[in-house]
Design a protein around this ligand. Sequence first.
Ligand code: HAS
Length: 564
Amino acid sequence: MSEKSININENTTVVPDEKKKVDKRDAKLSMAHLYVAFIALFLGGLAGLLQVLVRSGSFTLPSGINYYQILTVHGVLLGLILTTFFIFGFQTAAMSKAVGTLSDKQRMLGWIGFWVMTVGTAMAAVMVLLNKASVLYTFYAPLQAHWIFYAGLALVVVGSWIACLAEALRWIQWRKDNPKQRTPLLGFMIVCNNLMWFIATIGVAAEVLLQLLPWSLGLIERVDVLLTRTLFWSFGHALVYFWLLPAYMIWYTVVPKIIGGKIFSDALARLSFIMFVLFSVPVGLHHQLTEPGISSSSKFLQVILTMMVVVPSLLTAFSLFATFEIRGRELGGKGLFSWFKKMPWKDVRFFAPFIGMIAFIPGGAGGIVNASNQMNQLIHNTIWVPGHFHLTVATGVVLTFFGATYWLVPHLTGRVLTKEMNRLGIIQTVLWALGMGIMSISMHIAGLLGAPRRSSFSDYGGAEIAKTWASYQIGQAVGGTLLFVAILIFLYIFIKLRWSTTNKGFEEFPIAPVSEFAHETPAILENFKVWIVILVALILIAYTYPIYDIISNAPLGSKGFKLW
Ligand code: HAS
């Protein structure tokens, strides 16, 4: 997109021309990511279906496949591959649309990043399928996977850094071309997400390169299990916000346009993203509250910081309610909840992310329960936790990604979202919401009754104990089956939107302008130097002592269990 097509509204936030399409070369790069993402969705979803059927107790896996293998396929493909590829696919298109077409050099970097990630994915996937890496998506030591699995995941991370660099360079170029102007909101959000991702992945890269990979290659005999887990979680919680922030980008900038409204406040949106950058990394210990070997004062500090990272989500909820209410009133609605009736319920581009928002409310509340130390003792390592993340990532985030796919794919491929596909999309969303609702409610209740997570039915300590939560296992199987049907419908719609010859045309890439009543955005929000200094300080405060403590009091380390 040429800079000429960018205009500036009264509040000086840059809004791209709505008729302008994403450049074809950028669209190709974006689509390449989506193909890998949706292959991962199919295979990961199939593994999920097998998993709930096994847990229901009424299905036995064919010989040669074990429960932990399909659990690893499910977690790695959906939690790591679907998300990462979708996010970079979406962000490439969004950067191109909101900030401008990538230069040849930036696009080439984007392709290098894509191929490095794809080769890494193939390496890790082959090892999991050969049952040489059934170590789940968190790859906790002392379980040891084949070194090719770790090398593959390291390549996924390195490839993602290259993709981040390509996007950052485009944004920097815009700043140079437009000095003293506020950068486009969507571009700013992408830079925040990538910055958070880059800082967070340093921890997991250190874990893999300094501990797991040399250990699996036989170069070192033992690993410090607690150190590897702590490095993993310094990345792991930021990982969940790396999934969430693209959904928030859509909630803040796309959904208001679809309902015919405006962004409530540019400043509030940027503040919320900066808060995620600051507070997403130094909170990982809330995943380790029950682990010995970490002092309670370090855990306490990180629990406080966890409560801080809830604040930007509350700001987001406030902004969204305001956007909906203002638009509802513009359309003639009266009373507190008038907006509810005025929303475009029959438009899947709105309906899917909105259902995601609703699911995110109990999902987020569950997160606050998890983070509260005493309550964590009750739910940790029970199936309550998968209940929590199936509401947050698998509903809040994934439904938003589905909703975005319905306009993004036709936009990128020169087609339109037909009425028929829109209707099917709504059915798909309802099925997804129903399936996820039944499954995650069952998971939460079974978790409170003590059902462990990450365990096959036969490992429950005997069928007698398992009877306590058996009916909820059936609930999970029913929900999981509905979800698999919803995946098949989604893939059918994707194929139609991508390859059909009867729906050629122009589909909008919706980006809303900022409300003319919004306050000016303080310049400091764009000053990344300040935020990076504060971020590094927070990480040092939160992690220096626990890591020093773990290393200086380390026992011999573990030789581990070779699973290959
Ligand atoms: Fe979490 C475990 C704490 C958010 C994902 N989390 C996990 C795991 C995953 C995950 C995958 O403190 C498992 C990891 C593993 O394998 O072991 N989580 C939190 C907290 C938040 C939170 C405090 N989590 C997320 C998000 C995720 C995610 C987001 C993915 C995308 N989580 C934890 C803790 C654990 C944990 C502990 C460890 C448990 C253990 O012991 O193992 C917060 O960020 C949540 C804040 C969210 C809100 C909701 C705001 C609502 C909004 C919607 C507005 C709706 C509108 C529509 C406007 C406060 C923005 C209105 C319409 C109407 C009609 C009403």
